[in-house]
Design a protein around this ligand. Structure first.
Ligand code: ASP
Ligand code: MG
Length: 416
């Protein structure tokens, strides 16, 4: 079995969906599970619907209308026949969202979020699966909410591995092809859950693990893993091979090519992960597996936006000691806050965190009960790994540096 994953950008329009078929044909894909994300910016739009609905703002209707229009434009191009069942399938999902939003919001925000946001992948997979079946790449549509079992930690759900393994192995037969949603699952009560933004890579890796797949391939709009994001840095080059360990480090520091949780399950079963271009499917791309850390050995540049710096000080100049740090981290843990950089002085600590618009204000409010908190947003974190001595110049001007940290292998700058 092999697992292919197509992200939201690769299926953002009709041409993208057609290209999925081209990739599958060109690879002679058989015995393949295709994991698909929501189309284009659908997840962001669904997040907006959740937010408006919670605020009692009727604008949710307009955003839902946008979601509908965007998907209909794709469908009308791919399925000229209006009687095609895919229209009913998609309409059914849109009706579900409308019904949820016409009722008062549920008590638990994160649960409510998962219920609505998970529909993006249901719609995209309905469209992709139907199109592939029409074009002769026979496949079965699967509902990840029935197969990927998680705990009830909504928005950041954790996989129930043993349960998932049993269900997936029962559902998947050799010599068949499947299309399934990334990013989503369900808890013990069959409530939809999501695995964290950009979590579709992780779904591909979970499926590969429980099925002992031969390989995973993530199809992207870049030739593979480059030593910097080409949209941000000039003169970037393709890395042919990356070790699992180095890939985990890169993903952790914010290299957006792979979701950080993707690597570990693959590494445990020594399943290679390829990152390839969906525009040039015949090219080798990047292979992530056991072996040398990086080949060729190039410095790696990573830019991570949407950061915030929290400066947390004890009141009355008391020392910041283990007890305080443990209380602070406890709060971060409760709200799923990701800390990317940390520095201590005698009476204060600074943290560069992922600025999640929903949880960060709650974290700050919680911290303010016991500490003085200064809070700065619009921070960008730059990380350079494997510096060859001149990488800081390559980075160029990055704004005002607010935090800086260097170890022999890693340089980091949090800048405004
Ligand atoms: N659609 C989800 C998101 O945008 C998951 C993914 O794209 O991997 O976060
Ligand atoms: Mg996406």
């Amino acid at each position: 079995m092999q697992v292919f994953k197509f992200g939201g950008a690769s299926v953002k329009d009709a041409q993208g969906v057609r290209n999925v078929e081209r990739v599958l044909l060109q690879c002679g894909a058989e015995n393949t599970i295709v994991v698909v994300s929501a189309m284009g910016k659908t997840t962001n739009n669904l997040e907006k619907i959740v937010q408006y609905h919670l605020e009692g703002n009727p604008l949710w209707k307009e955003v839902l209308e946008d979601v509908r229009r965007i998907h209909y434009a794709v469908m009308e191009e791919l399925f000229p026949r209006k009687e095609h069942t895919v229209y009913q399938e998609v309409e059914h999902v849109l009706t579900q969202i409308r019904l949820i939003c016409q009722a008062p919001p549920e008590h638990d925000y994160n649960m409510h979020y998962d219920r609505i946001v998970s529909y993006g992948e249901i719609i995209s997979t309905r469209i992709v699966s139907a199109f592939l079946n029409d074009s002769g790449w026979n496949n079965q549509w699967l509902d990840a909410r029935k197969l990927i079992k998680t705990d009830a930690n909504h928005r950041f759900a954790r996989i129930n591995w043993s349960f998932t393994e049993v269900l997936v192995q029962q559902a998947i037969r050799p010599n068949n092809n499947y299309v399934i949603q990334g990013f989503i699952g369900s808890d013990d009560n069959l409530h939809a859950t999501t695995l964290g933004r950009e979590g579709s890579d992780y779904t591909a890796s979970v499926l590969a693990y429980v099925l002992n797949a031969g390989e995973v391939c993530i199809w992207k709009d870049v030739p593979g893993v480059l030593n910097g994001d080409p949209k941000v840095f000039s003169d970037v080059k393709l890395i042919n091979h990356i070790s699992y360990r180095e890939a985990i480090e890169l993903a952790y520091f914010g290299a957006s090519v792979i979701h950080p949780k993707t690597i570990q399950p693959l590494q445990r079963k020594d399943i290679p992960l390829y990152v390839k271009s969906f525009l040039e499917p015949g090219n080798p791309g990047t292979r992530i597996s056991n072996g040398p850390d990086l080949s060729p050995e190039l410095p790696i540049f990573i830019r991570k936006t949407d950061q915030a710096i929290l400066k947390i000080s004890t009141r009355d100049l008391a020392f910041i000691v283990e007890e305080n740090l443990s209380a602070i981290y406890n709060i971060f843990h409760r709200y799923g806050t990701r800390v990317n950089l940390m520095q201590n002085s005698a009476v204060s600590s600074r943290f560069c965190i992922n600025n999640d618009p929903i949880s960060t204000p709650k974290v700050v409010a919680e911290l303010q009960k016991d500490f003085d908190v200064e809070f700065e947003t619009d921070i960008t974190l730059f990380t350079i790994r494997h510096d060859k001595g001149n990488s800081r110049e390559t980075l160029g001007s990055i704004g005002e540096v607010r935090m800086e940290q260097r170890t022999p292998n890693v340089m980091q700058f949090a800048a405004k």
